[in-house]
Ligand binder design. Sequence first.
Ligand SMILES: *[C@@H]1O[C@H](CO)[C@@H](O)[C@H](O)[C@H]1NC(C)=O
Ligand SMILES: *[C@@H]1O[C@H](CO)[C@@H](O)[C@H](O)[C@H]1NC(C)=O
Ligand SMILES: *[C@@H]1O[C@H](CO)[C@@H](O)[C@H](O)[C@H]1NC(C)=O
Length: 316
Amino acid sequence: MALYELFSHPVERSYRAGLCSKAALFLLLAAALTYIPPLLVAFRSHGFWLKRSSYEEQPTVRFQHQVLLVALLGPESDGFLAWSTFPAFNRLQGDRLRVPLVSTREEDRNQDGKTDMLHFKLELPLQSTEHVLGVQLILTFSYRLHRMATLVMQSMAFLQSSFPVPGSQLYVNGDLRLQQKQPLSCGGLDARYNISVINGTSPFAYDYDLTHIVAAYQERNVTTVLNDPNPIWLVGRAADAPFVINAIIRYPVEVISYQPGFWEMVKFAWVQYVSILLIFLWVFERIKIFVFQNQVVTTIPVTVTPRGDLCKEHLS
Ligand SMILES: *[C@@H]1O[C@H](CO)[C@@H](O)[C@H](O)[C@H]1NC(C)=O
Ligand SMILES: *[C@@H]1O[C@H](CO)[C@@H](O)[C@H](O)[C@H]1NC(C)=O
Ligand SMILES: *[C@@H]1O[C@H](CO)[C@@H](O)[C@H](O)[C@H]1NC(C)=O
């Protein structure tokens, strides 16, 4: 009958030597070479300490019903028309003030409690001699993130579009995107930018100047921008028809970069260290077995009797 190897187990051997012997020195050296180089390899291969990480979240966005509109007119009626939801701004406009009809609606498409888009429509009544060649529009939003970092801010969508031909309607369909110059910190409340984009209480014209508003906004490290590469300018307005701005602004899911917390960094570093360490442990185990079996360093070999056998002898 042919015999097969059905089971095997290693026999344990120990090697004895003094604590100050060459063998002890060799073991110390081997331990150092096993545990320290993986650390250096992990460290030198970059990304040992996780500095930035990212996650996805749909922000909670709310239109704040603040609007600032400047409509640039054709040369025959020189200048512009303006209107905003800020009484102080409107007072400054004199006879350039023209009150439009505004209707807005926020929609939650997937019924998850977060609004997904804003439908904004503005109809600016015009006299038959007035022609709109360009539009500057600011809408403000309250913008919140919850999942990793709690961010609360007031942000804006700035829309500017102009065309050489007088328009009847401007159609915009774009995303309100988050722009980060800096990763968010993990945990805690970030209300640094929970300040209004336009200071509506100020009586000074300077505070409503578009260059000033945009410049102050761009100083921020976290902003939102309206991203619509192709606003559509429709022409052919009837003499008594208003100029219409039709905007659909979507609130998409964002990839948010943040600074990981301490334990996340430690976990990431540990995983890298251990996966390299395993290779070193395996290699040095072979080296140690070779060195002791072949008596490269002098020791006294002892074969340890397996424990089970000892027990058995004791019992019988
Ligand atoms: C953010 O600002 C709004 C309006 O000023 C205020 O009602 C709200 O409490 C603020 N939120 C935080 C977290 O500071
Ligand atoms: C808004 O303007 C008023 C008047 O100039 C000023 O007192 C107030 O501090 C301003 N608020 C902010 C938030 O800048
Ligand atoms: C904005 O980011 C820069 C660079 O990361 C940083 O030095 C600065 O302190 C940040 N400003 C604020 C107000 O957090």
